[in-house]
Design a protein around this ligand. Sequence first.
Ligand SMILES: [Zn+2]
Ligand SMILES: [Zn+2]
Length: 751
Amino acid sequence: MKTLNLKVYGIVQGVGFRPFVSRNALALSVKGSVSNKGSYVDIYMQGENSEKLTDIILTSPPERACIFFWEKSYSDREEYTDFEISESEKEKGEIFVSPDIALCPTCEKELFDKNNKRYLHPFINCTQCGPRLTITDHMPYDRERTSMKSFPMCKECEREYYDPSSRRYDAQPVCCNSCGPKVYIIGKDIQDKEAISYARKALNQGKILALKGIGGFHICCDATNVQAVKRLRELKHRPSKPFALMFKDVREVKKHCHISPEEEKLLTGWQKPIILLEKKEDSPLPDILAPESKTLGTFLPYSPLHALLFSLPDHQNISPVLVMTSGNPHGAPICRNDEQALKYLSGFCDIILSHDREILIRADDTVTDFYRNKPYMIRRSRGFAPLPIVVNEKLKGDGIAIGGELKNTFCLAKKNLLYPSPYIGDIGDIRSFTVLEHSIKKMTELFEAEPKWIVCDKHPLYHTTRIAEDLSYKLDIPLVKLQHHYAHILSCMAENDFNSKVIGVAFDGTGYGDDGAIWGGEFFVCDRENYKRVASVMPFMQPGGDLSSKEGYRVAASLLEEENYRKNPHICDKNTYTVIQNMKKTGINTVLSTSCGRLFDAVSSILNIRQASTYEGDAANALMYYAQLCKDEKYLPFSPLTVEEDSLLRLNTTNFINRLSREEGDKISLSYRFHAVLSDMVAEACKIIREKYNINTCALSGGVFQNKLLLRLCVERLESKGFKVLIHSLIPPNDGGLCLGQAYYNLKEEI
Ligand SMILES: [Zn+2]
Ligand SMILES: [Zn+2]
């Protein structure tokens, strides 16, 4: 009998795809079968409505599904008697894994419905929601290959699992109060609802709680209790870095934050990232949560356990706003099991609420800002990883890009699909190093990747370089080392699927330059094959190597001429200034640098905002905060904006910063002026480069472009000069996005 065969590739597993096909087939009286092949969903259709069913499948798939491509063919097969869901059979090919999906509204309703059998069940889920990536061991995505395999279904769950009319038909993590995982307080004989109630009581008493979630542990306390927040800051040695806040619901968010319709849609959607929302002036939330910041990192409960933490009916009222920060020791990856939680978190929490469903792959919370009504990613992880970035199908390759040393993520390339991993962390820490090695192995297996090449950063001392060298040796595949800032620009090009010449502006903290100097304020003329450095920040001597990336006053002391230092004695004592000037002269313990990030630190010091940073980006964030307070966008321009030096175009930054340091004015207008003039310099340099190379597209990348004020001012100036400007959206401009650029570079173009 004539049979239509449809193969659908994409996120089609664990999103209710097979039941969706089967339900529609029944409704259209189509006979046949549907099965998971690990790499795709394979559908056979017989009957006059087969084409119609195909249409429905391709045009209105389930909300969480992402179809990347499909194949249709016809054959002659034996007649089917009904429409069946066949057992998964594993076949080799493309592997698409769904990100984790936040608790859906229907499950949330059932969670608080006394008459439902999953009343108050902390692991309730359905075909439309629940953990995916973090519990998956192998593909195809079936219960026996997830961490749910240790929880055999009870009779009733099994019935729902096999019933096509049920919301849990074929839902792999399905479970209930009698057969599912259990929550408990570590070290105490307290389980289930009592454990959650115990944790709620502790929060009410101002205690600090560690909580096992979907992709790892959180540390949590009452955000309205200043004493509790203060204590957490002291214990975590985190004096000023803003904390993420989990709000009970969106109504509560609106009391404290401004929110646009686009932001609300993402905040309440299935991915539930942390969004930096502008704080309302009259919000009563204490400043200690996010000192000197105009925004609050805001998110909503995304697991049933979160919902119960806020709303368990146990006659206690708990704060509708909780601090909810990643449960990790400084610089190390988020903890994912009890052993790690006890080892690394007991020092800064009073009790640990855990559960016995294993987290197989870590996924930190995703953090995003918004720019022009689109997400502007800061950290891409849970809910987004491992969705691929799809580039032009003429570009193909199979390989691994290791990423950078800080904010590490790595990326698998398979044909024209690039899969950035969840967030790993700073690889300088030995624990992150181990996790990166483990995660590369895990993801390579899960995606059945067969890498033919490997890319890493050019920095000779990065731990990631060592991992890449080892891996290249073990797998016997070639290793490519790529310049840091060029990789930033490539990541922006890849995200915009742009494969032509651009003027790349990479503003960053630190990266290894081709001349051995520290780069970080670079202009390239480049395409996917080559780059040429055509301009940069004015080189300066960066004293004290790594220390000066934490202590901005050192760069300030290096930049300022003596008379200007005398006007700004607050940056350091006279003795220190002299020592730094001598270091400059002798070159001892100083390196030549064009880092833009360090300029922000230096200006922050000169304007007496921060002499040193307590976390990465602290001084620069505080400088942006004051600049954003500037109501009047008028400022004194500066000239010349650029100068020629050693046949390179240079931004006239050192002279400008010296001028700024002599000026009278408050820190608000002066910090705004710094942003504005720096943007003038960017636009001017791009204009000069355009005249010479005839390129009209600019790509902006690098960690400094997390600064939204600088981003806006640069984009506005460039656009007003007629440039097309490429910026990031779903891939971070910081080092978390490097891996994508590294992978993009190594794809080969089919002609
Ligand atoms: Zn659900
Ligand atoms: Zn059950």
